[in-house]
Write a protein that binds this ligand. Structure first.
Ligand code: NAD
Ligand code: GLY
Length: 359
């Protein structure tokens, strides 16, 4: 099975990718020889996969904390519950936290691990496609604050990531497709070969052919590994991973996440960013069309849904934390597989790109 190493000196770790890894004791055991173990999961994922994990742990003592499911529970209250549980267990600095779930559990569990006793070991066990290709790798941990998403958090790397692609079989189709938006993102921004491979494998990807899914996750993680190794704390290149996200976050600020999943909003954002790149002459004509054709083939949206429009989206994007001192900072394309950080787009050009995506 593939293993991708995230190379960060003494904070390096492997990402294991493939089916049936939850029950592969050989991978797990070296990490669990000492200290208390706390598994953090939610009430959707735990009934599906907690037993498998407990069987793998065998007679290694562990406890499980099952949180309510949903982004609205990525809060300080739930984070506190994790810390309270560690205290009640009398967990020491040699304890290990296992985050079993999607990006919400991974971010919240990782942030609790980062804070308890100034940092205990944690293992990411991502069970959504989005978490396997993005959230579980790279050490961004966070909870939400009423004033903003992921406002409170830290960079704190896991010791191990186990991406059991078999768990994706129970993921709702819409969540799987939303994860595919992040997959397309890697191809569009840094890996032309991946993009072409996606175009050639639409049916087996949509049908979740096990070997194809494992290859797809591996290729995304390899891309993320490269970026994270070069810029762990996002002082430069890592910002490229936000391709499509400024527009997506704008939609979120408008409240569109009642209507759109994160990946769906990112898909729309990538379509707008590609259109803008093309209209500004940064990339070749046809780039936007190629990206939207692939996104649409995966069942993803490529234009701003009603009741949102260009003006309200532009306004909402002004609050984006990636802007600095009033300049709009966007990730734009030079070609498929090559992105850049750009501050040269006027509001009028952005407005036009949004409108054109909807025409
Ligand atoms: P999620 O964690 O809410 O999972 C989506 C839904 O799928 C949930 O209802 C979940 O319970 C369910 N689910 C998870 N695995 C399942 C399975 N195998 N079978 C059936 N149902 C399953 O959402 P997500 O899309 O995984 O992650 C989104 C979160 O990730 C956001 O909070 C976002 O901020 C964060 N994120 C973090 C990073 C990072 O670098 N740390 C990157 C991207 C996103
Ligand atoms: N999801 C973007 C990053 O990890 O930087």
């Amino acid at each position: 099975m593939p293993v991708v190493d995230i190379q960060l000196g003494d904070r390096s770790y492997p990402v294991h990718i493939g089916p049936d890894l939850l029950v592969d004791g050989n991978i797990w055991k070296p990490y669990l020889s000492t200290g208390n173990i706390l598994i953090v999961s939610n009430d959707t994922v735990a009934p599906l996969y907690l037993d498998d994990l407990l069987i793998t742990l065998g007679d290694i003592p562990s406890e499980a904390l099952i949180l309510p499911d949903g982004e609205k529970f990525k809060t300080m209250d739930q984070w506190s519950r994790v810390l309270d549980t560690l205290v009640e267990m009398r967990a020491g600095r040699d304890a290990t936290l296992i985050a079993l779930g999607g990006g919400v559990i991974g971010d919240l569990g990782g942030f609790a691990a980062a804070c308890y006793m100034r940092g205990i070991r944690y293992i990411q066990v991502p069970t959504t496609l989005l978490a396997q290709v993005d959230a579980s790798v790279g050490g961004k941990t966070a909870i939400n604050h009423p004033a903003g998403k992921n406002l409170v958090g830290t960079f704190y790397q896991p010791a191990l990531v186990i991406a059991d692609t078999g768990t994706l079989s129970t993921l709702p189709g819409r969540e799987y497709r939303a994860g595919l938006a992040e997959v397309v993102k890697y191809g569009a921004l840094m890996d032309n070969d991946l993009f072409t491979w996606l175009e050639s494998n639409i049916d087996s990807i949509a049908g979740q052919d096990p070997e194809t899914v494992t290859t797809m996750v591996r290729r995304c993680v390899e891309n993320k590994a490269q970026v994270v190794a070069a810029d762990e704390r996002e002082s430069g290149r890592r910002a490229l991973l936000n391709f499509g996200h400024s527009f997506g976050h704008g939609l979120e600020v408008l409240g569109a996440f009642e209507q759109l999943l994160h990946g769906e909003a990112v898909a729309i954002g990538m379509a707008i960013a590609a259109r803008l790149s093309e209209q500004r002459g940064l990339c070749a004509p046809g780039t936007h069309q190629r990206i939207t054709t692939l996104l649409a083939a995966f069942g993803l949206p490529t234009s701003v849904p009603e009741p949102f429009d260009a003006s309200s989206l532009l306004e909402a994007m002004s609050l984006d934390k990636k802007n600095s001192s009033g300049t709009r900072r966007l990730i734009l394309l030079e070609s498929i597989g090559q992105a850049r950080i750009d501050t040269g787009s006027s509001d009028e050009a952005i407005r036009q790109a949004i409108v054109d995506c909807n025409s």
